[in-house]
Write a protein that binds this ligand. Structure first.
Ligand code: 5GP
Ligand code: ZN
Length: 127
């Protein structure tokens, strides 16, 4: 991993606010924002602010913080979008499109409606 890779990293750009995102939460360690191309309404990504490539690169403290934040975001999604469960996905290697560690939070719904625009979901969560 050289600096060129990190400078071209789309999630580093989001963390550094060079690219906008629908951010739900942030602290000194993570930024949490809606996936721009959601599989399901409320599809969210938890991204460490520091560039780690994947599960095999990230340290345990950061990983544990991400899991802790996933519980808080689950509560937010449950309160605002009436979700009925949560699926966590984390790709490494071949199926990892963005080579900056991220945890997908995909809400589950008893009655899954149509996929709404991300902006609309963001307003529901922040309304
Ligand atoms: P992966 O396949 O690497 O696990 O998933 C990458 C995810 O990042 C995809 O779900 C994709 O929609 C999302 N994504 C890619 N580029 C952007 C972006 O610029 N902004 C946001 N919010 N999500 C992105
Ligand atoms: Zn990065």
């Amino acid at each position: 991993m050289d600096m060129g890779d990190i400078m071209d990293c789309i999630f580093c750009k989001i963390v550094n606010e060079k690219i906008p995102s629908y951010t739900l939460y942030e602290d000194e360690i993570v930024k949490v924002f809606l996936d721009v191309n959601p599989d399901v309404n409320g599809h969210t990504l938890i991204v460490p602010k520091k560039h780690y490539q994947d599960l095999f690169d990230i340290d345990n403290d950061t990983l544990m913080h991400i899991m802790d934040i996933s519980r808080k975001i689950n509560q937010l999604l449950s309160d605002k979008l009436n979700t009925d469960g949560l699926t966590l996905v984390q790709n490494n290697g071949l199926k990892q499109e963005v080579k900056h560690f991220h945890l997908h939070l995909k809400p589950q719904y008893k009655n899954e409606g149509n996929l709404l625009p991300v902006e609309e979901i963001y307003k529901k969560i922040n309304g």
